[in-house]
Design a protein around this ligand. Structure first.
Ligand code: ZN
Length: 322
């Protein structure tokens, strides 16, 4: 075994332990040189031949192998910064009004959790729509939905929609399942963990493709260190705001929604990683619990959720406007 950092010289000096190197030992140093040269030539010959064919091939009329050069695949990529199918913004046409992006979890081929004939993707969409309708009815807030039908979106796409629209708040709606443990119930609110948050900021700042903007400031053509600081500051601010929003959901939901004993949680969730959009993920309850499932699937339960969540969103925006 090669001890790490050991030079080849040291290795040869210790050759007593190495039978292969030992085999060359009886040779004179000149013979050893020749021997090594021969070995090197055996390995280099095919490479040299190929190089020669490429260099002289045309002149000699010999075709060098193409090495797959005839398999060029061209893929049309969207223009940087363009995004296919951004959802419409609903509500007042006044762009100074705050914009909340509501994200119904899962969708399409990804049903999420399921149980008792209920699928998370369907439940999440129903809750998202109830919240949208409630916010539209109350007025004053602009709303966009990452999906308003049964389509599949990757996690990064969801946060990216919020960023591209310049959202002021992002809420992802999910429901949980505890499998056979039907006794587990209650809603919880997730924010990005501090560790994941600073990791995400670092990764975002390091991303090669910086056709990006952070809080509307373009990162392109700027000093890397400056960009890293801008992203870090934006992420910290978004983190504080996310925590404030999550706290308001629990406060305003008290009495109206059933919370899990540990209602406030943090985790490294990809969907919450937009560095400049305050974000929270609401796990509405457990599909595996009959009471939770019944409440979440019923129009009354959905209306109760929408009312409490709309109140939390409204108070959050009122505080930010101060
Ligand atoms: Zn989910």
């Amino acid at each position: 075994m090669l001890a790490s950092g050991e030079s080849l010289g040291n290795l040869i000096a210790r050759r007593g332990k190495f039978p292969l190197v030992n085999a060359i030992a009886p040779l004179t140093s000149k013979a050893r040189m020749l021997y090594r040269l021969q070995i090197a030539l055996v390995f280099l010959a095919p490479v040299l031949l190929l190089v020669a064919l490429y260099a002289l091939g045309d002149a000699l009329g010999v075709r060098a192998p193409l090495l797959g050069r005839n398999y060029v695949v061209r893929v049309a990529l969207p223009e940087p910064g363009a995004m296919v199918g951004l959802p419409p913004i609903l509500g007042p046409e006044d762009p100074t009004r705050p914009l909340v992006v509501i994200d119904a979890g899962h969708g399409g081929h990804d049903p999420g959790a399921s149980g008792a004939g209920i699928r998370e993707k369907t439940l999440a969409l129903a809750l998202a729509r109830a919240l949208r309708d409630r916010l539209l009815q109350d007025g004053g807030v602009r709303i966009a939905m990452t999906r308003d039908d049964d389509t599949f979106l990757v996690l990064e796409e969801r946060a990216e929609i919020a960023r591209r629209l310049g959202a002021d708040l992002f809420l992802s709606i999910h429901a949980d399942s505890a499998g056979e443990q039907a006794g587990i119930s209650g809603a919880s609110v997730y924010t990005l963990s501090a560790r994941a948050s600073s990791d995400a900021a670092a990764r975002f700042a390091a991303r090669e493709n910086s056709a990006d903007t952070i809080n509307g400031i373009p990162l392109e053509g700027r000093d890397e260190a400056v960009n890293a600081i801008l992203v870090e500051l934006a992420q910290r601010r978004a983190q504080v705001q996310s925590d404030e929003f999550a706290g308001l959901i629990v406060r305003e939901g008290e009495g109206a929604l059933d919370f899990h004993p540990q209602a406030r949680r943090s985790a490294a969730l990809v969907v919450l990683k937009a560095p400049d959009v305050p974000s929270a993920l609401f796990e509405a309850g457990f599909i595996s619990n009959p009471e939770d499932a019944g409440r979440l699937a019923s129009p009354e339960g959905q209306a109760r959720f929408a009312e409490a969540m709309a109140r939390a969103i409204r108070i959050y925006f009122a505080r930010q406007a101060r």
